[in-house]
Structure formats: C-alpha cells, structure tokens
Design a protein around this ligand. Structure first.
Ligand SMILES: [Zn+2]
Length: 419
C-alpha cells in the first residue's frame, strides 16, 4: 500500500470495494468496510477503514453508507455515433419482409450510411448524445467509439470528430477506432480490393495525421472483407503506429483471430464461430476475447461463443454493447452483463471483470484503469446494492448513486452532464 499523509482531494469511506484486482484473492477482489483516498485524479490509497491514517485531511468526504464501489465501467466496443433510425426495418422484418427485400428498398446498413453522410457534424453529435448519456448514467466512464458508417473520407472523419467533440462535452473518456473497412460502399460494388486500397492510402494516413483514432478495426467476414484485405489494413495501421482490433468469427470461422493475434490486436470481437485454433492463438497472445451478447440476442443467433474453452485457457473475456442501429440498438452495459450470464453462461464476477479489468485491456488502458488500485485513475461507480452479483443478476433500475470520473464526483440524477 502507498503511504499517505496529510491533504487529499477526496475520501470515500464506509464502502465495500469490488476492486476487480486479480492480486486481491477473491472473485471481485473484495475489501469490506473500506475506504478509498483520491488525490489529483488518482487513487492514492485504499484499504480497510480502520487503517485510515489519522492525520488525513480530505477536501471532501463521502460516506458511502455501506454501498459497493466498483471501477467505472468501460464499454469497449460501440458504434454509437450514427444518424438515422432503423426501427421501421425491425418492424418490417417481424412482418415477414426478407433482409434482401429490405436492402433492395435502401434499408440495412446503407440506410445508416446515407443518413450519416447527409447530416452535419452538429446533427450527428445531437443524434448520438442520448446513447452516450444512457451509458454514462449507468456508471460508464470510458467508451470506445468506432467510425464505419461513412465509408468515405469526409464522413469517416466527421464521425471521429463527433466522438472527439462528445468527449469534450461529457465526463467520459472516449477511445476512438477507425473502422473504414466496415462494409463495402455501393460506389465500390464488386471492387473490394480497390476500396481497401482507398482505406489504406487515402483514409488511414489522414486519420493518423489528425490523431483522430488510436486503433483500427476491420469487419473480417464472408459478407465483408477477407483475410488478405484485413491484413492489408493491419499492415498499414501498424506502419502508421496505430493499434488494431477485429470483428471476427461472428457468422463463420474466417480465422481472423489467428491473423489478429499475429498483429498483437487489442481484441477480437464477437467470436461465436471461434474454433480451437483461434482459442490456441488467443491463449498465446495478449489479445482479449470481447463478447457481444446484444448482437447475438438481437439477431436471434443460436451458435454460442466457446466460453468454456476461453475460460479454461485463461483468456481474458470482455463484454460490450456493440451499440449500433442495426444489430444491437441497446445502450445498456448492465443489460450486456445480464445477457453475458443468461445467454453465454458467464458468472456475475466474470461479467463485471468483462466491463472493467478486461475491457480496459481491450482498449489498451489496463495499466491505468479497470481495477481499483493505488496509482490507477480514480474512475469509480458507487452502487446501492447489497451484493456485487446484483450488477449482473438484476435490472431493477439500480443506477450508481455516484460516479467518480478522474477524481471528480458526479452525482446521480441531479449531476450536471457537462464537464
Ligand atoms: Zn461491432
């Protein structure tokens, strides 16, 4: 434990900690009847309340009244910046209209691309706001946002700029990912290799130059881009000093996971069709397996990701919303924790690790956040629950009674959403 004396900005006392620190030997890394001391945005000390130094002089003290304190939640895979609405399509599908007919009428992903291309930066920010606010209201302090509904340079940049603008307006950290290789735009129909060339030579250098993203993602799938095209994007990203991640094995085993681990990907995401070779590749890598139960649920898929094998191999599993208009319009990380347990068979502590410790790893921030530990960022959420398993087990409207972002306290309900 770090030694502390004297002044500090914030003391949170009389709480139970779910530190999620693997060095604390229990499911949730629990410390009961505990306190956390925060100074200059960093966790300075934590431990049993009765070991608090006598001479501590906090600027502000919060009595946690026996509630549970967790790390701030991290949604490590979203597409939350987009324009338009696809609920009419949802309705049509349930009325029996086929996917291909909907696509022929201009529906599907292209309707989102068209709406996103047509709106201004300000309109895009306005439309994305409620989704980000919904996540923040659930104790989310870090969100990954991907581009990918522009599919041309101008609109891809607009999406990433909207994400950057949102980060300036809200108490949340936004990790931006360039997903130009999301799907083939109609202008390049039948010319996927040419589009990948455009992504690599015209889009990626600008994204890197303007520092609009720290990672690059590709949708590697039989309906999107193949292994060779994926590798071209990864190679270019690597040359530009950007990290990579991958939408992999969602609808088939394309072996994208093996490729991604060779490029030291932060994460591979979806994984319903992940085979044994993919599991082996992950076991010998630092890449996180990110599970997206919202898309599995919304598409009414039946093939489950190989959770038992991932668990047995000790591969870190993250959970995320995949928040997007077509296949996971579900802005609730708590719902994903619940679905991770009910649909995929995670335990509640695995679900919480999936949105804290392992999600931090999936965005490359595992040395700064995702656990409650001295020296880490003071991003925290205080929950009015009697047991941390509640966070995955129940959806009874429990919101954090307060969230701490970079050491600053944001009160629930009445708190200002602005920084
Ligand atoms: Zn996705």
């Amino acid at each position: 434990m770090t030694k502390i004396t004297g002044n500090c900005d914030l003391l949170i006392n009389n709480v139970h900690l779910a530190t999620m620190d693997p060095d604390v030997d229990s499911h949730y890394g629990e410390i009961l009847n505990a306190a956390v001391v925060i100074h200059e945005g960093i966790i300075q000390w934590l431990g049993s309340s009765d070991q608090l130094p006598d001479n501590l002089q906090p600027e502000k003290t919060i009595n946690g009244q026996g509630q549970w304190l967790t790390p701030g939640l991290i949604d490590c895979h979203t597409h939350l910046v987009y324009a338009g609405d696809r609920s009419r399509e949802f309705e049509q599908r349930l009325e029996g209209v086929s996917y291909s007919e909907i696509a022929r009428q201009g529906g599907g992903i292209m309707s989102t691309v068209n709406a996103t291309r047509q709106c201004s930066l300000d309109q895009l920010i306005e439309q994305s706001r409620p989704r980000l606010e919904a996540l923040i209201s659930e104790g989310v302090t870090t969100v990954e946002i991907k581009s990918g509904y522009g599919l041309n340079l101008e609109t891809e940049l607009k999406i990433l700029k909207a994400a950057r603008e949102l980060e300036q307006q809200y108490p949340v950290r936004i990790e931006k990912t360039f997903l130009g290789a999301h799907t083939l735009p109609p202008e390049y129909s039948g010319k996927a290799d040419e589009y990948i060339q455009t992504v690599c030579e015209e889009m990626l250098p600008v994204v890197a130059e303007e520092k609009l993203a720290s990672s690059v993602d590709v949708f590697c799938e039989n309906i999107a881009f193949n292994l060779q095209q994926t590798e071209q994007v990864f190679q270019k990203a690597k040359n530009l000093g950007l990290r990579v991640k991958l939408h992999a094995e969602q609808l088939s085993d394309s072996q994208g996971t093996q490729l991604a681990t060779r490029y030291k990907a932060l994460s591979v995401d979806h994984l319903e069709y992940l085979g044994d070779e993919g599991v082996n590749a992950l076991e010998n890598s630092t890449t996180v397996a990110t599970l997206l139960p919202g898309a599995f649920y919304f598409l009414r898929e039946t093939r489950l990701p190989p959770i038992d094998k991932l668990r047995a191999s000790g591969i870190p599993m993250a959970l995320a919303t995949d928040l997007n208009p077509g296949t996971s319009p579900l802005a609730s990380l708590r719902l994903m924790m619940n679905m991770g347990c009910t649909l995929f068979g995670l335990t509640p502590s695995e679900a919480l690790a999936g949105v804290t410790r392992n999600a931090a790893r999936a965005v490359g921030l595992q040395d700064k956040m995702g656990i409650i530990r001295a020296g880490y960022q003071a991003d925290l959420a205080l929950w009015p629950v009697q047991n941390p398993a509640s966070l995955a087990a129940t959806l009874n409207g429990e919101k954090p009674s307060l969230t701490v972002f970079e050491g600053r306290v944001l009160q629930s309900m009445t708190r200002s959403m602005n920084r």
